[in-house]
Ligand binder design. Sequence first.
Ligand code: HEC
Length: 146
Amino acid sequence: MRKGILFFLAAGVITLMGATTVFAASKPNGNVQELVNAYLADARKNDPSVKGFSAEDGKKFFNQKRVHSIKKVEMSCVNCHTTNPMQPGKTPVGKVIEPLAPSANKERFTDTKKIEKWFKRNCEGVLQRECTPKEKGDFITYLFSL
Ligand code: HEC
């Protein structure tokens, strides 16, 4: 009988812990969710087989390295943001960049204009083109998964 109660209590604690984790995870606000939905609609126009975004693909995208065709140097998002989005990064002139992960910096990914502005600038800088809607959606999904 006692064992039964203990088991019941333990199960309750585990359930509570699970529920707390769900509440602790940050979620995009309404405007940012709309932007992500629009990325998904666009991504599906390019490739109807796209079912949704992938945090794993977003992580790969963030860590990929390529050589800039004009500057002839290795470029990557992680050059400035580091491989850990929970940590601050640095610009080439040494200015601190606050962490990109919303769980480490609650101002991140709250303003759609800011998001689009920096995607445009940083994608051009690293990839020499705009990022695709799939890349942007995967990347945001990755950051909100941290
Ligand atoms: C040359 C340095 C540099 C590189 C490389 C770089 N970024 Fe950034 N990024 C910045 C700076 C500077 C900011 C703006 C300052 C801030 O918001 O703290 C920023 C901000 C952002 C933001 C705005 C997030 C928000 O809503 O606050 C996004 C999104 C972003 N970067 C994505 C990327 C991606 C994706 C890549 C790779 C394709 C990348 N960055 C590469 C320097 C860089």
